[in-house]
Design a protein around this ligand. Sequence first.
Ligand code: SF4
Length: 359
Amino acid sequence: MQGPPTDLAGLELGELESFVESLGHKRFRAKQIYRWVWKRGVTDFAQMTDLSQELRAALAGAATVSLSDVIKHDVSEDGTQKFVLRMSDGKQIESVFIPDTPAQTFCVSTQVGCAMGCAFCLTGKMGLVRNLSAGEITAQVRLLARSLDLLDKSFNIVLMGMGEPLHNYEATMKALRMLNDKEGLGLHPKRVTLSTVGLVPMMDKLAGEALMPNLAVSLHASTEETRGAIVPLNKKYSMRDVIEACERFPLAKRRRIMFEYVLLAGVNDSPQDARKLVKVLSGVKAKVNLLPLNAAPGIPFERPSDEAINAFAKILADRGLNVSVRKSRGRDIRAACGQLIVEGQGGRKSAAQKLAAEL
Ligand code: SF4
């Protein structure tokens, strides 16, 4: 009995070559198909006009090129756009386009929900529903690039949507290889930033990859105690473990690890916290991105005052740290960091919910 059609949008070029060969056609045809899918955003084999009629018919009988459905598309006053996408099994994820020029950025999800349960994050409240496949991760890029007419333009990708990318390691790495392939988008790894909350063994594994994205680490505190209270993973991999993994992480010349630090009023935003953070980062080539909390119903924390945010940033800058304060984007459409949640598909009660109850 014939199985379900193979989704060509989930295959690396080598896999696509083997598939084309299995249909009795020459391997090099795979490059043509890859270009149609990735460079031109085509999903209909009939439009792949440089393929023979015979190959197009064979593909139509055995394969498909998936593209998720957009079930909601919101445009913020500041130009940020949020796409809610439905996967083939009905699960939903969110992807965000941030139109800052010159770097246009796609914020992409790697999981439905997230198991990490950070106490200030709405996605964490969902718990992990499931991992995305490499095809589903890359489909977000294909869809946004096609919808926004950016297929032949340069853009950046941040793996900072729903999910912890290193908790879905193999699919994430496969997605990066697919995006990098020169027959497709040819996206240089320097244009990709992978954000982790500190899965230390996977950080070490990433350090050995041929395709190395920029690394961002969600630190969020300057003491083990505070980090343990807001990032449940700290109980398994302490802040010290994470910093040591950063110290041994290979960095190209002039590259730095981005440390993300969500500022929570009265929790981690004092001048003492800032001074401790400088010490914690003293052995790492670091830059710091301060993320004043995007307050939301259900999140038991407040955004610090602008004075507290500025004072915190000044202490870091005065001590020589490269520091930026995130300008929050898309808050009116709930597209800002930590605000990505798709209602009604939560998994188990998340660690964040338990933690929020304890606080
Ligand atoms: S902040 Fe990131 S790692 Fe933490 S729960 Fe949210 S999505 Fe997961």
